[in-house]
Design a protein around this ligand. Sequence first.
Ligand code: HPA
Ligand code: MG
Length: 231
Amino acid sequence: MGPSAPSSPVQGHTSVLCCLWWQQSSTTHHRGDLFSYPAHYSGDLDCVFIPHGVIMDRTERLARNIMDDLGDHDIVVLCVLKGGYQFCADLVDRIKALSRNSNRSIPMRVHFIRLKSYLNDRSTEDLHILGAEDLSFLAGKNVLIVEAIVGTGKTMKTLLKHVEAFRPKMIKVAGLLVKRVPHNWACLPDYVGFEIPNRFVVGYALDYNEYFRDLNHICVISESGKIKYKI
Ligand code: HPA
Ligand code: MG
């Protein structure tokens, strides 16, 4: 990807300097491009990590890979809320578009479950799974779990165990982001959008104490942003 011309800031939005982002194991980083984001987050962000357009392009490719693997089956999509809502909506949208434009139409059901384990930027010990009490309709089905972010993989492991108990035919996991933390290789999603360094990120539905979900890009929160929205 070559550098693109800086776009002029949209009125009511603030520009931020893109710092660096890594894809897969590459050490290449891109910096110097300007992006726009809501003015109410002015000063709350260190850098744009993954611009919205890049997320969308990658999501389209993941949708294609999922279609190639699962295109002949019914799918039950299990969207992990709250952070996964945007990725899930965009992924399902791309699968539907690919399905429309090919002769392979996939019947899809979308179900939502909610996990909560983070306070401020720290993972707490108690993981709550809500809306997943009775998943007996998953028996014999092909399940695609859609998660925004995988850190240590502990949450994903717990969730997989919970879903497996309802005896689906197959379980695949799509994770938009995988953090590069020691030992998470034991439990990686089948479909990974981006591998990122172990930093707390926000935007594209990922929150810090419920803030920043209304930010399109995936960004790194600044120290002053953490203090401003701390509870
Ligand atoms: N950002 C937001 N929510 C999260 C993160 C993160 O980096 N990691 C786990 N939940
Ligand atoms: Mg959260």
